[in-house]
Ligand binder design. Structure first.
Ligand SMILES: Nc1ncnc2c1ncn2[C@@H]1O[C@H](COP(=O)(O)OP(=O)(O)O)[C@@H](O)[C@H]1O
Ligand SMILES: [Mg+2]
Length: 365
């Protein structure tokens, strides 16, 4: 007798999702899966198709092709369709409107079935959990924006959905509140064991919340992975640029190598004569003083330093941003330095970039 240990199916799986508006695919062959208890962030710029993807999973919009599975069971394709309310999917959108004519308690109990007493117990327990039980008989307009947001979360979680879909749920809150509410929300989602697909256009929010990020651009998923991997092993230049400012050097390849003022870089698999872009973040540039026209010695880790003169220096609060015009070709490069570092305009300084912080990509024409 043989025993096979099969991996359990993902909690939520989307296969080959496509949605066209006026002939243009705004969601283009998207595949996604979310593991039980995980938070996956669908991250991408405005208009890339995130909300459309979420609305199709929720069942409020129909895909042109593709299918949805929950725990391995088909929930929806272009022929078969489980109605939205029977998908065990909870929703929370940016404009999380509470019902104004219902009390906070009745808002939370709204999607529950069972006896009135049972509903009240569950609503009370969730309101206790978010620290708002004392508002149970109040109407929503007595609550602040942050409190209403917590009630909306309690309402969405009350029926114990297996999956929570959240579309920019924190974007209506002011910055001071946001960090705290994000953390509380994450704790509660984990406690309730919900698998979460959270849509956001803010990289910091995704980094803070996600177990896994799916990076979306122009209707497609361009990269998936843990926040650390997306940040440190980006798929292309745009993926680097989505998380921070970037510096770009261009070079031509000869024998899988390219020469730059910062030394030689490997460009494996790139044919001779092709152009590559070497991309790095300002935070990975280090700065040394000029000693009679000389900088630090080249090393394997830090590469070769190159000289530039300060063109602009600004203090940004927790760091300083310094812009350089490089001696070799007049190109502008940026460096960020923790704390206050405001060298005078025209000061010559040496820049180096750690090799393992540089990404080499074939240039897209
Ligand atoms: N009902 C619709 N009719 C026509 N175009 C739409 C419709 N819904 C969304 N779009 C378009 O699809 C694209 C993706 O929209 P959306 O999914 O809302 O993006 P995101 O949430 O990433 O900002 C946008 O260009 C938007 O204008
Ligand atoms: Mg949207």
């Amino acid at each position: 007798m043989s025993v096979t240990h099969q991996r359990p199916p993902p909690r939520l799986e989307i296969r080959d999702f496509t949605r066209r508006f006026d002939g243009k695919a705004v969601v283009d062959n998207v595949c996604l899966s979310i593991e039980p208890g995980h938070v996956t962030c669908l991250l991408g710029p405005s208009g890339c198709g995130k909300s459309t993807t979420l609305r199709m999973i929720a069942g409020v919009e129909m895909q042109d092709s593709g299918s949805i599975y929950v725990d391995g069971a088909l929930v929806c394709d272009t022929v078969f369709r489980v109605p939205p309310e029977r998908r065990s999917i909870g929703l929370m959108f940016q404009d999380f409107a509470l019902f104004p004519h219902l009390t906070v308690g009745k808002n939370v109990a709204f999607g529950l079935t069972g006896s009135g007493a049972d509903k009240k117990v569950r609503a009370k327990a969730l309101l206790d959990r978010v620290g708002l039980a004392h508002y149970i008989d109040e109407f929503p307009h007595h609550l602040s924006g942050g409190e209403q947001q917590r009630v909306a979360l309690a309402r969405a979680l009350a029926p114990k959905p297996k999956i929570m879909l959240m579309d920019e749920p924190f974007s209506g809150l002011d910055n001071r509140l946001r960090d705290g509410i994000r953390d509380e929300t994450l704790d509660l989602l984990k406690e309730e064991g919900a698998s979460v697909l959270l849509v956001t256009h803010e990289p910091e929010e995704a980094m803070r919340m996600a177990d896994e990020i799916a990076l979306m651009r122009e209707g497609r998923i361009v990269q998936r992975g843990a926040p650390y991997n997306i940040f440190n092993a980006p798929a292309d230049k745009e993926a680097v640029a989505f998380f921070s400012d970037i510096n770009v050097l261009r070079g031509r390849v000869e024998g899988a190598l390219t020469d730059t003022p910062f030394g030689r870089f490997l460009a494996p698999g790139v044919p001779d004569g092709a152009e590559v872009e070497i991309v790095f973040r300002p935070q990975h540039v280090s700065i040394d003083f000029d000693r009679h026209g000389k900088g630090p010695n080249p090393t394997l880790i830090a590469g070769t330093p190159a000289r530039g003169v300060v063109e602009r220096a600004r203090f940004m609060g927790s760091e300083s941003l310094v812009e350089f015009r490089m001696d070799h070709d007049g190109q502008m490069l940026k460096a960020t330095v923790p704390n206050v570092f405001l060298p005078k305009i025209g000061t010559p300084l040496w820049l180096s970039v750690r090799r393992d912080r540089c990404f080499v990509f074939p240039a897209k024409s």
